[in-house]
Design a protein around this ligand. Structure first.
Ligand code: SAJ
Length: 422
């Protein structure tokens, strides 16, 4: 059976570009999202996120009639679920547990419109076993259809896990070029998933089972987290030993088998700071290194705040006529990484909030990728680069956005967490 109509549930940073890719291959695509504002924006041919080149593709797909967005699922031949998988809230020191409530809601909603021959793919990053759990939710809602856990190769509905692996900021290119891990609950589920992705994926589609596919995704992000933790730990060691960590890393990386990543103010985003916990929470006794890396990276923002506190003390000592009230701290960059507008799990935002509390509001932010801060952050003052570099006494560089590379503040104390201002 070919895929004429494809539905993507969750029109965020992964779901919307994926939907747009299928639409660009002239398939009828129905995007589903609970966010009415996102749905309305997409139906106008615009986008509600920042991702290079995506606006053009969505605009073309909507105006040519291949992509529409709705809030309630409609029948389709294939469904891709790309909803968030956060973790449940927990107290400090506790291991966070994954929260599958959005996958549960999405799978129960699409179950109502499933028919024999459909394919359901979970794309959301998930703990091992989540795809089997999703298939259970589908089966509970639709006892009239058979699923792979009951009927294997002969199931009415095929189910697979195909984790997304694209890098925010390069999504359009990576969606097409990256290899895909395809974890079907049966051989047939995998083969049909490959057929679907091959509509636009030029990379290899490599088949495995759903549990290995889930673990592959978690492994990739945990590997990166561990490597960043190494860089962050090095930066703290170097600071104590009065060594320039950026120079050190560039020297060490001249070794043919060494490739150390870059330190920063901590690890942000909805993936690398989250996914390793999905392994730690399942296997806490075994995942010692992965757990420690999480703790090292999570502790980095506090270290940055302490650096700022020391700089404030030094500044006041050097300027005895001034008090804390006369001093302005500028935080450069709020996004979780360079050249995007994504504030999710951003260590820079945590640092801004803490500094604002400590310095009773004499803290300003510069974020060239955002015109207006979201409502939960609207008490913070957003300044342009020019104003901040004149106004602030302490400049804290948190994100290496391209705009900051072009302009280093001429006066004041510099605390550079990304090594671009020298
Ligand atoms: N970071 C550093 N130092 C570095 C590299 C990154 O501190 O040398 C920080 C960034 O500033 C950011 C965080 O790590 O705060 C994560 O950034 P990232 O660029 O490493 O990764 P993400 O979260 O944008 O995307 C990752 C990617 N995974 C891997 O590279 C293994 C991407 O391919 C995944 O698709 C994505 O997670 C995801 O959705 O899971």
């Amino acid at each position: 059976m070919s895929f004429e109509t494809i539905s993507v549930v969750g029109l965020g940073y992964i779901g919307l570009p994926t939907a747009a890719m299928f639409a660009s291959r002239k398939k009828q695509v129905i995007g589903v999202d609970v966010n009415q504002l996102a749905v309305d924006t997409i139906n106008r041919g615009a986008i509600h996120i920042v991702e290079p080149d995506l606006d053009m593709i969505v605009h073309a797909a909507v105006t040519e009639g291949y992509l529409k967005a709705v809030t309630t699922p409609e029948p389709a031949d294939a469904f891709l679920i790309a909803v968030p998988t956060p973790f449940k809230s927990c107290t400090e020191g506790e291991i966070p547990e994954p929260d599958l409530r959005y996958i549960e809601a999405a799978s129960k909603a699409i179950a109502l419109v499933l028919k024999k021959g459909d394919l359901v793919i979970l794309e959301s990053t998930s703990p091992v076993g989540a795809t089997e759990q999703m298939a259970e939710w589908l089966a509970e809602t639709r006892p009239d259809l058979s699923f792979p856990q009951q009927s294997g190769e002969n199931a009415d509905v095929n189910v697979a896990h195909c984790p997304e692996r694209v890098l925010p900021g390069h999504v359009v290119r990576e969606l097409v070029e990256n290899d895909r891990v395809i974890g079907g609950m049966s051989k047939r589920c995998s083969e049909r998933s490959v057929e679907l992705y091959k509509l636009f994926v030029q990379g290899d589609c490599v088949i495995t089972n759903s549990r290995t596919a889930e673990m592959a995704k978690l492994t990739e992000n945990s590997c990166r987290d561990v490597q960043i933790a190494f860089a962050n730990e090095l930066s703290i060691i170097c600071d104590k030993l009065d060594i320039d960590v950026w120079e050190l890393i560039s020297l060490a990386n001249r070794h043919p088998r060494i490739n150390i990543l870059q330190p920063g103010p901590g690890v942000g985003g909805h993936c690398i700071a989250v996914d390793p916990w999905f392994i730690v929470s399942k296997t806490p006794e075994e995942a010692l290194l992965i757990h420690t890396a999480r703790k090292v990276n999570d502790a980095k923002p506090e270290w940055v705040i302490n650096k700022v506190k020391l700089a404030v003390a030094d500044f006041l000592q050097a300027n005895p006529t001034k008090t804390v009230k006369d001093l302005t701290i500028a935080c450069y960059g709020l996004a979780f990484k360079p050249n995007i507008d994504d504030l999710r799990e951003s260590p820079a935002v945590d640092i801004l909030k803490k500094l604002y509390e400590i310095h009773s509001g004499n803290v300003i932010a510069i974020e060239p990728n955002i015109a207006l801060l979201p409502s939960n952050l609207n008490k913070y003052e957003l300044n342009d680069l020019e104003t901040a570099s004149i106004k602030a006494d302490i400049h804290v560089l948190l994100v290496d956005h391209k705009e900051f590379r072009l302009k280093k503040p001429e006066k004041g104390v510099i605390i550079d967490m990304k090594g671009i201002w020298g």
